[in-house]
Design a protein around this ligand. Sequence first.
Ligand code: SF4
Length: 660
Amino acid sequence: MIRSVCGYCGVGCGLEYDEKTLIGDITYPTNEGKVCSKGVSELISIQTPTRLLRPHIRENINDSLIVATWEESVSLIANKIKSTSKDKIGFYLSGQLLTEDYYIANKLGKGFIGTNNVDTNSRTCMASAVVAYKKSLGADFVPLRMDDIIHANLLILAGANTAEAHVVFHNQIKKAKKQGLKVVVIDPRFTDTAKIADIYLPIKPGSDIDLFNLVSKRLIDEDLYNKEYVKNNINNFELLKNKFKRVAVTKMLKRTGLTIEQFEDFWALYKESENIITAWTMGLNQSVQGVDKNLALINTHLLTGKIFKRGNGPLSLTGQPNAMGGREVGGLSTMLAVHLGFDEESIKKVSAFWNTDKIDNKSGLPATKMLDANLDVLIICHTDPVYHLPNRKETEELLKKIPFVVEINAYENSETAPYSHIRLPAAPWGEKEGTQTNLDRTITKQEKLTRISIDCKPDWEIFQLIAQKLGYKKHFNYANPQEIFEEFQAMSKLNSYMNIHEASYENLSKEPFIWGKNIDTFLTPDKKGNLFFVENKLLSEKTNLEYPFILLTGRTRDQWHTGTKTNLPTTLLKFKELNFCEINSFDAEELNIKDGDTIIVKSRRGSLETKALITDTIKQKMIFIPISNREVNYLTNNLLDKESFEPDYNHSAIKIEKLN
Ligand code: SF4
């Protein structure tokens, strides 16, 4: 029997494998044997006929790809990198990578090629939470764990559909409810998660800041904030208090779309709850004001002191399995490595550790700006930007202009494939080993369950081959992921709060390691949390008479991203349908649309054809299309949060036409 971990979502469930079957690991603390439809069928993703199995090359994207050797492919990539100015090179990584893969790519890009244009698709899901945690708490640090819900009296889920996106955690919420946990769900859609809510708050899209500001204001006005705690531990209280004196409460409440009664019911429950957790995910992060939404939410915990104690705190629910591990090694272009930035002291430390003098001192390009930066070489690894970036038509045009695009992927059917010049076959989950960190800082080892497909390689090895061809053999000469993990562990000592060096790679097979377990205070220089006054600036795309609907996007239970692993031919798997658009019955009637009708959904940027699903779980003048619909980003706008550079996936103006 081999113990491993699921590679689908940030919950990170433990799995057990014995020859042919995969089941939940009953001894694993996060899931205690439970798994969802994705986790239990992960083996099928290795055997799919859509695997990319050989390196391929072409000079021009209009040519056919031809099979090449690894030697030819790696030489070509190394020569292109050598002849390109470092600022014109980009690495576009993914939360699907293992920590060791991320570490090598980051070390190569930032440490030896000398470009900080090393970023990840986590930019499109977690970047707003990262920025807000750093501003408020002093570090990209999740200050509680999933099992804290057992000790909480109230769980507020804001813009998080755990029933579909974090299934096993959702089951734990249901279990905690039996022990008295109250749940408030804040979401414009009445999702499956809302069905278990004690109070459901159907706020208008984009009004989260108003709602959390209303809570903070009431805490201050009614003298219910924790005075002692704020006095000793929190900065900017007077400033926030003064700013709140001038906010228009009625206007804020109106913007949320809630009635006074709905808010007062929530407020009554909030006031009487001793231990409160507020959890959120893409509903808040994926916004043109994603950072501010996060800050408004975190403010409530700083004012009440409901943080750094059991059963309390702001819990960011990470989407991808290793988005957090990637951030730990430095997978974002806005950080260098091990949570260190580009200040002189950090560069000095990291340069000495890697034995290099090539590190640049300015932030690199975020993934959401990489395609629009006239790059000459773009290396995309385990992700599909043509599918997942907003405003797809523009994405396609921009990618076409990049003269040399390398795609490292385990699957051949990505939407990015038509735009790549070199395709390298990577080993997927199950064919490689390494570590990943789940959403609450638990580091676990993914194990190799089967032999690697003949011409595929783990990502770290692919980046190492490129590094060696570039002449850095001395610095990139790892025999296995364990050596890389141990180097990363040594590096983690450069950052005083990162105790990852205390883990043991070998032990991780038996027992996960939770880092930062003893951190019980803010990681800011003065050890105090920072309040920020933020306002809803209504920056999202506006609806009008021509485009009267707001498009909401989100996950569906069985599907994962583009579906390269989950949306397989029905002979392999039968997963939830993706081709639908939820529309309210009143709107449908007005447009003479019947359930199942083919409709054209249009934005100012593009359109897609889909089937109408008439439901009153969605309010009037809103529609919902799953993010795993491969064409949905023809519709979305490319407004970005000004600090996190995360896209506004949940607020595009739309019109609907019935196909005759
Ligand atoms: Fe995998 Fe997430 Fe499902 Fe757990 S909840 S089995 S980690 S997809």
